[in-house]
Design a protein around this ligand. Structure first.
Ligand code: ADP
Ligand code: MG
Length: 701
């Protein structure tokens, strides 16, 4: 059918009008016919069954009943008015209740006329009641399109307040199918349809909105989910292929003296097999003539730093400079310190550039960077400033990627004519399914093995009421010479309260761990950087035994002697944050502990998080649970949420479909990268259209 018809503004659909059009736009983002068509139901209700009031069960979910209203009245209550109707059939009576929209309902409902009602029943005051039932006159109901499966569309409070109920959406959908005659053109190739036995586009779209039966619904869902994931994968993979073909990279073909000398004489420990494998993968990239764009995943403590150093040495051996960018000053400084230590005796020059480096100290850095004397620059966002000019940047390493916006990452690209090789390191394990979608255009390496000899951290959950015991445990650990972190939540929305908690906590700890026997550091975001550094330093040097902090210590801090991590109000932290915090301990030889403190009142989700933390130290397993609990959008933080605004597929539940989609996208692009073969024409057209209308999800740039 004419594609342009689907681009018609929704206001022109019969039954919409300017008011509804505006509400549809603001509440559901529906601006065109196409958008409405792509409003997929959240769930379906089987309305083939009719219940009798006398036969209702207390646990009945959604039910459909035929009966009449015999009486309607307004009931005043302290908490407000409600409208209550008595609804009867030949087996009994029940109540229908409205809290909102009472005037409209009162004016429009007809007494003693058969209705079909639908909704969830509650058992209340010795009677069944149904709040805000869906209602339809029996006579209308019998006239209506006979669908056995009733779709339930996403809704909002405002939509229902404005009378755009599920039934209205359903009607609009019918209207849309009438106006377009349901002739939607095919978007996948005949080959794919055949091989995967997919429904045609037309059948799929019809059955997603008006399913004839369960089986057709399932097939429709599969087809549309596949399609959605397929075109995303097509985009990601073709980007990657394009990059490999077109974006020339510096060729680091030499494995030179620095790398070899370092490998032979400077390695402070033997690399784990995982580290060796990753270095090999990186070396293959660097010598391939194409630009490297690789994501290096490795749990906290898995040893990413040394991999970064060896990669930088490869760059320097080939005559290039390298930089490493970290999200916070603390982290950048720590990288700088540990990398300088690793490089000792190699003669490689290395500087630190952060926001707090003084202007006078910056000048020589800028100069040496530009004339090429300086080989390695480590720092924060300060590296991205225009004043920072490299002589020949060949490699950029970005640590803790999820904290940087995409735009920042691509800014590194434009520091040179030929883009430097990029290695993104993250300690936040990303479940494979998510990685495939979010970073499908990157190559991925994983360090899935911890250095030998680590004792797994013991994690326990303790209630606030057991605090005294916990404190006694802390005294014992301190007596053994260990150091302790105590972390408080700090959430933007409740910042003032959280600071109070932190300060109260600090005071009570200061009372229980008095001077001079105990020394306590405190670090939080409201302190001046200099004060923060001072307190941090004292803890790093072992002058203080306890570090009270907010999550500023989440990333990067490395104090091997710290062996206990106490997390206060642990129920308020997300899983990945808990895991990151726990990673601050377990870095030395001693047995380490993580104690999750909470009150007694816990949501079931919080319980799952705590149980998961107690059960496992495996970051990937934790990430999988997190993904299931929170969904992919939240998982990546607000910065990137919305990236995964999938319309119908679900990255967690539709893992298998995702794999299938990726498999076929890969296969098709391998044989036909530009989609030129006649059999791929449909796919090419659909893809071009999706790109043009930006309906394809704007992933990583
Ligand atoms: P990450 O950055 O991945 O969290 P680091 O690179 O900071 O981890 O390494 C954590 C600690 O483990 C460091 O003290 C480091 O020296 C040590 N380490 C790294 N690799 C090994 C190894 N192969 N054998 C022994 N210790 C290692
Ligand atoms: Mg690190």
């Amino acid at each position: 059918m004419d594609i342009r018809l689907l681009q018609t503004p929704i206001v022109y659909l019969k039954g919409v009008g300017p008011n509804r059009a505006q509400t549809l736009q603001s509440e559901l983002g529906i601006g065109t016919y196409q958008d409405l068509l792509n409003l997929f139901p959240n769930r379906y209700i089987d309305k083939t069954q009719y219940y009798k009031i006398g036969g209702l069960q207390r646990s009945n979910a959604d039910v459909q009943i035929i009966g009449k209203i015999i009486n309607i009245k307004t009931v005043e209550q302290k908490r407000g008015k409600r409208l209550v109707a008595t609804f009867v059939d030949e087996t009994g009576q029940m109540e229908l209740v409205w809290f909102r929209g009472q005037k409209w309902i009162r004016e429009n409902l007809q007494l003693n006329t058969p209705y079909v009602i639908f909704g969830r029943c509650n058992w209340y005051n010795g009677m069944y009641s149904m709040p805000h039932p869906e209602m339809e006159l029996l006579s209308e109901h019998e006239k209506g399109l006979k669908v056995s499966m009733q779709p339930v569309y996403p809704s909002t409070e405002k939509l229902s307040a404005k009378g755009i109920t599920n039934r209205v959406i359903n009607k609009l959908m019918q209207q849309l199918f009438m106006e377009t005659k349901g002739r939607f053109s095919e978007s996948l190739s005949p080959h794919l349809l055949q091989e995967l036995k997919l429904l045609s586009k037309k059948e799929a779209v019809f059955n997603i909105h008006f399913p004839k039966n369960q089986k057709l619904l399932a097939k429709a869902q599969f087809r549309l989910k596949f399609e959605e994931l397929f075109f995303i994968q097509l985009q990601l993979i073709s980007k990657k292929l394009l990059r490999k073909q077109k974006i020339k990279g510096y060729n680091f073909d030499k494995v030179g003296p620095l790398f070899n000398e370092f490998y032979a004489n400077h390695l402070p420990f033997e690399l784990t097999d995982a580290q060796k494998r990753v270095v090999k993968e990186i070396r293959a990239d660097l010598g391939s003539n194409a630009q490297m764009n690789r994501l290096l995943q490795g749990d906290v403590g898995s040893g990413k730093t040394i991999v970064a150093v060896m990669t930088m040495l490869l760059a320097i051996d080939n005559g290039f400079q390298a930089c490493l960018m970290a999200p916070t000053e603390i982290l950048a400084t720590q990288h700088y310190n540990s990398i300088r230590q690793l490089l000792e005796g190699t003669g490689v020059s290395c500087s630190l550039l952060t926001g707090s480096v003084k202007q006078s100290a910056r000048k020589p850095i800028h100069e040496q960077l530009e004339n090429g004397e300086l080989r390695i620059l480590i720092g924060t966002h300060a590296l991205l400033e225009d004043k920072v000019k490299f002589n020949n940047l060949g490699l950029a390493i970005v640590d803790e990627q999820h904290r940087f916006g995409v735009a920042q990452r691509s800014k590194l690209w434009h520091k040179n004519d030929i883009p430097p090789h990029i290695l993104v390191m993250t300690a936040t394990p990303i479940p494979r399914t998510l990685a495939m979608s979010l970073y499908g255009d990157l190559d991925i390496s994983v360090i899935d093995e911890l250095p030998p000899g680590r004792k797994p951290i013991k994690t326990v959950h303790r209630y606030d009421s057991n605090r005294l015991k916990v404190f006694q445990f802390l005294r014992d650990e301190i007596k053994k010479g260990r150091q302790i972190y105590i972390v408080y939540p700090l959430i933007q929305e409740s910042e003032a309260l959280d600071y109070k908690d932190l300060m109260d906590g600090y005071e009570s700890i200061a009372r229980d761990f008095p001077l001079p026997a105990y020394q306590i550091s405190i670090v939080h975001g409201k302190m001046k950087p200099a004060d923060k550094d001072y307190e941090m330093e004292r803890f790093v040097k072992g002058e203080t035994q306890i570090m009270v902090a907010t999550t500023v210590i989440e990333v990067g801090v490395n104090v091997p002697n710290a062996s206990v991590m106490i997390i206060e109000s642990a129920e308020r932290f997300g899983l990945s944050q808990l895991h990151q915090l726990r990673g601050r301990v377990g870095r030395g030889a001693a047995q380490s502990f993580c104690i999750l403190m909470t009150g007694h009142k816990l949501s079931s989700e919080a319980k799952t998080r705590l149980e998961t933390m107690v059960r496992t130290n495996d970051g990937f397993e934790i990430a999988e649970v997190d993904l299931k609990l929170r969904g992919p959008g939240d998982l990546m933080g607000t910065q990137q949420s919305g990236i995964l605004n999938l319309k119908i597929a679900d990255l967690v539940k539709d893992n298998d479909i995702l794999k299938t989609a990726r498999y076929y996208a890969l296969k098709i692009l391998k044989d036909d990268p530009a989609l030129e073969h006649p059999e791929n024409q449909t796919i090419r057209h659909t893809y071009a259209r999706l790109m043009k209308h930006k309906t394809i999800w704007n992933y990583i740039s």
